[in-house]
Write a protein that binds this ligand. Sequence first.
Ligand code: NCD
Ligand code: ZN
Length: 324
Amino acid sequence: MQEIKLDSPFDSHLHLRDGDLLKTVAPISARAFAGAIVMPNLTPPIETIDAANAYKARVIQAIDAPFEPIVALYLTRRVKLDDVKRAKIVKLYPFGVTTGAESGAKNIGDFDEIFGVMQDCGAILSVHGESGGEVLQREAEFAPIYEKLAKTYPRLKIVMEHIGCAALANLLEKRENLYATITLHHLLYTLDDLLGGALNSHLFCKPIVKTAADRAALRQLAFSAYPKVSFGSDSAPHPKAAKERGAAGIFSAPVLLPTLAELFEAHSATDALRAFVCDNAQKIYDVKLPPKTVTLIKKPATVPNEIGGVVPMRFGETIGWSIA
Ligand code: NCD
Ligand code: ZN
């Protein structure tokens, strides 16, 4: 049987939530990945290293496989410089742009001192890059802010999270210290999948999936093993009822590696998959992961309609690949 072996695959952008939902979703990621950057947009947000360590312990408690969760610190005006110095990743959410961004930055200039400290101590700035403008322009409107940050802090590693448009993809070549993550859903879908037929609220997320040209720009990066880009799922579970009321976030964790295998194979890019989900992240984040070989086999499997009250991406569909 055809197979693909992945050494320590890494999810560079993951939402694991807390409480019962954490217990439902964390084991799914821990089975498929050797580690992840875990997002801090809980209620209340993770604003201190103590809170990040306590959350990390709850994640580890919830899983049963070797897995390294790296919890990002949520940047607010309450964050202390001492904690910034001890953080590996600091996440910047502009105020109100997405789920859990109610504690986000109203004025990015408020954090100049913190960005200076971060570039001196080597912490990575992870950014949700969307403006408060018209929905399809929000990412492109953020491009000048990325450029300004990259220019003002040339030694600061800045990761443009879950890029969904060509305008942001184009910045990678322009600025040495800009990096990016790309999700599976932005590689797979366009606006037509979300709202071209019956509205599919399960494909609704921030930033929204966009045009075929935008998707082509992202595919070009992923399928060419472009080294400044790593896979970050942005798997973001919400209870089914909340999704049907329009909550932003796609629960993709149960289908990630099999769907990536299928997609890369369909585009004759299987050789680039390892760079995209394993090697690039190692280089960008310099993380220490438990050794873990994940084998994908070409055996079809059908995605369940619901997992613990959450509807996974591709529910009811059959994927051509499975995790062995
Ligand atoms: C994420 C969530 O639900 O936490 N939602 C989303 O639409 N992607 C937050 C985020 O990463 O924007
Ligand atoms: Zn996210």
